[in-house]
Ligand binder design. Structure first.
Ligand code: NIG
Ligand code: FE
Length: 390
């Protein structure tokens, strides 16, 4: 197996405190990373790097782990430009807009859905994302949900069944019947294609009891819970997520002190999705409050055609630093190691021996530029599983 050293790195983010400067980011200055096959085998100061077959000169720029986007909705068709436009003229966001995308997604062919998915993945990769989670949730029939998961599973291991996104239009007068479908035949058809089960626990979607029924049924079929929680209003989602040991409670925009305490005293990650607050003109989630309480925070895009049509993790980092009280170091950690924690993974989100060689090279001397230079395309190179893709 051939080995490659990436050397002359001005600032390397390892996310391993035992490496480098002992901070959470495990920063190493004048650093090098050695890749063999799909793994990192060595990280440290450039001058001490072992001999390798190949060499890449980072040119005094920054390298960090590839972003781990632990929350997206990329199996869909159509767009919701009109809805966004109306929102920017004052109309509020509600869960109901999801129905527009459900109609377009059902009408699309497999090839159209996959082409759309691939286009967004390529877009995300160019912006430094090397791992992504994605969900169903725009099909809402057994066949359409299973199809979405099958398509997603061709591109990632991190696939989430979100049949409980909203009540399907056919069940508008019978939400209990829809929960029976989601927890019965639809789950049976979908579980083989997914790792996770999710529910939109929100007014206009599913209440606490319905969400509990969905998540516990999924768990019984071997899926692990994650929850769309406390996005548009206060509610039971976060505490349900913690109670069920969900890997992640996502959004966390409206939190009581009890919600924050519950997250801080659990291993459920609070995944913040500032693209959604940006695109719905909503109040920001308070990352500072969560971090000060001791919760683990992840940052992701929530990329979807309704509430957050961005695939850019750097954009989310900039928002989190500017408006959510995060330091640049915290935001970069949350978009890499935090995302990995939200997916209960230790083989990604860090650049230490044994981890996957998923790396992003920035056209900047340090990771801080991701927030310092908002909106600038700083990603100059991306390696995934040891292969340079950008
Ligand atoms: O995470 N909140 C629920 N689902 C998506 C929005 C989906 C949509 O509006 O199409 C979200 O923001
Ligand atoms: Fe979402």
């Amino acid at each position: 197996m051939s080995s490659t050293v990436i050397s002359n790195i001005a600032t390397l983010v390892t996310n391993d405190p035992s490496l480098g400067d002992c901070s959470s980011l495990g920063l190493v200055r004048d650093a090098a990373v050695v890749i063999e096959g799909d793994r990192v085998v060595w990280t440290g100061e450039s001058s001490k790097a072992p001999a390798t077959d190949n060499r890449v000169d980072a040119g005094g720029r920054a390298v960090l782990p590839g972003f781990v986007d632990s929350h997206s909705h990329l199996v869909f068709a159509g767009d919701r430009t009109e809805e966004f436009n109306a929102r920017m003229s004052g109309r509020p966001y509600s869960a109901g807009g999801i129905r527009t995308t459900v109609a377009a997604t059902r009408a699309a062919s497999d090839a159209e859905l996959e082409a759309n998915l691939t286009r967004h993945l390529t877009e995300a990769l160019r912006q430094g994302t090397t791992t992504f989670e994605t969900k169903s949730g725009y099909g809402l029939t057994t066949e359409d949900e299973a199809r979405a998961l099958r398509l997603a599973a061709r591109h990632t291991d991190e696939v989430t069944f979100l049949g409980a996104h909203i009540v399907a239009p056919e069940y508008a007068g019978d939400p209990a019947g829809y929960v029976d479908l989601v927890t019965g035949p639809m789950l049976d058809a979908c579980a083989p294609h997914a790792r996770w089960i999710d529910v939109f626990c929100e007014k206009g979607a599913f209440d606490g009891d319905q969400a509990r029924a969905v998540l516990t049924a999924g768990r019984a079929k071997g899926l692990h819970p994650r929850v769309h929680a406390n996005q548009l209003s206060y509610g039971p989602g976060v505490r349900l997520a913690v109670e069920l040991d969900a890997a992640s409670a996502d959004h966390c925009t409206h939190l009581t002190d009890a919600d924050v305490d519950a997250l801080a005293n659990s291993r459920t990650v609070a995944t913040l999705l500032p693209g959604a607050e940006f695109s719905t003109r909503a109040d920001w989630p308070d990352a500072r409050r969560l971090l000060d309480a001791g919760a683990t925070v992840a940052l992701s895009t929530d990329c979807n055609p309704g509430s957050s049509f961005t695939s850019s993790v750097p954009f989310c980092i900039a928002l989190a630093v500017r408006d959510m009280g995060m330091t640049p170091d915290e935001a970069v950690w949350s978009a890499t190691a935090g995302g990995a924690a939200a997916l209960r993974r230790t083989d990604i989100g860090r650049l230490a021996p044994g981890a996957y060689a998923d790396l992003t090279l920035l056209d900047a001397p340090s990771h801080v530029h991701l927030a310092y230079r908002p909106g600038v395309p700083l990603v100059a190179g991306v390696w995934r599983r040891g292969v340079r893709e950008v």
